[in-house]
Write a protein that binds this ligand. Structure first.
Ligand code: PGA
Length: 256
């Protein structure tokens, strides 16, 4: 990877709010993030992904700011008899530019396998959204030395047809690091990111050098800079720390 290719990847800091917040909370958090973003270019793209119920209110609060809006999941179909689900087209219509698919909590709680994640990712591209495809090993898989094999399999099985650096982001989130306060060492995280990029290269060729790879799992202001400083880590997917504007912005500040 040369310097020009690195520069092609504008970092992305994405907040995954998960199942948190009522309207007033979401509005206040989005407004606080938007206000900080309007103060000047933070050196990276910024995204918030609220729960479905807050997409309208958060979208309104972000108006006029460079902060992008995303969702946390979508169904693979355009519309139809899928009670409780939301399509990628509906998200686009509601103002989203991004959608996360294949988060480990979806994979575990809803039994989503790579084929399901791939179908959802393809729905996202069909609707004109940028998709964030999540991958990551469990602690048992890591202990068994299978991290890179598991992650490579997930990337291969979940990658949507038609993926380009403009419409695809991959998030590496070790399951054991999510919400636990534990993280891999920056060097260990970098090694997995490099493996993901190598896998992507086999699938989409040289364009893989321009695809943004995010690290996720217990990212905080205190550990973000070192993680974000790794050559193949192009930003973060942030859960818990995305629920406080100050902490979230502290992570964004890694790129200041
Ligand atoms: P965390 O969650 O930052 O709370 O560990 C990250 C995620 O699950 O996206």
């Amino acid at each position: 990877m040369n310097l020009e290719e690195i520069k092609m990847r504008r970092p992305l800091i994405a907040g995954n709010w998960k199942m948190n917040g009522l309207t007033a909370d979401g509005r206040a958090l989005a407004a606080a993030v938007a206000e900080r973003a309007k103060a000047g270019d933070p050196g990276c793209d910024v995204l918030v992904c609220p729960p479905f119920t807050l997409i309208g209110a958060v979208g309104a609060a972000l108006t006029g700011s460079p902060v992008a809006l995303g969702a946390q999941d979508c169904h693979a179909a355009v519309s139809g008899a899928h009670t409780g689900d939301v399509s990628a087209e509906m998200l686009k219509d509601a103002g989203c530019a991004f959608v996360i698919v294949g988060h480990s909590e979806r994979r575990a709680d809803h039994g989503e396998d790579d084929a399901t994640v791939k179908a959802k990712a393809e729905a996202a591209l069909r609707a004109g959204l940028t998709v964030i495809v999540c991958v990551g090993e469990t602690e048992a898989e890591r202990d068994a030395g299978k991290t890179e094999a598991v992650v490579a399999r997930q990337v291969k099985g979940s990658l949507p047809a038609g993926a380009t650096p403009a419409n695809l982001v991959v998030a590496y989130e070790p399951v054991w690091a999510i919400g636990t306060g534990r993280t891999p060492t920056p060097a260990d995280a970098q090694a997995v990111h490099a493996r993901i990029r190598a896998e992507l290269k086999g699938l989409i060729g040289g364009a893989a050098d321009a695809v943004r790879l995010l690290y996720g799992g217990s990212v905080k202001p205190s550990n973000a800079k070192e993680l974000m400083g790794q050559p193949d880590i192009d930003g973060a997917l942030v859960g818990g720390a995305a629920l406080k504007a100050e902490d979230f912005w502290g992570i964004v500040g890694s790129y200041a």
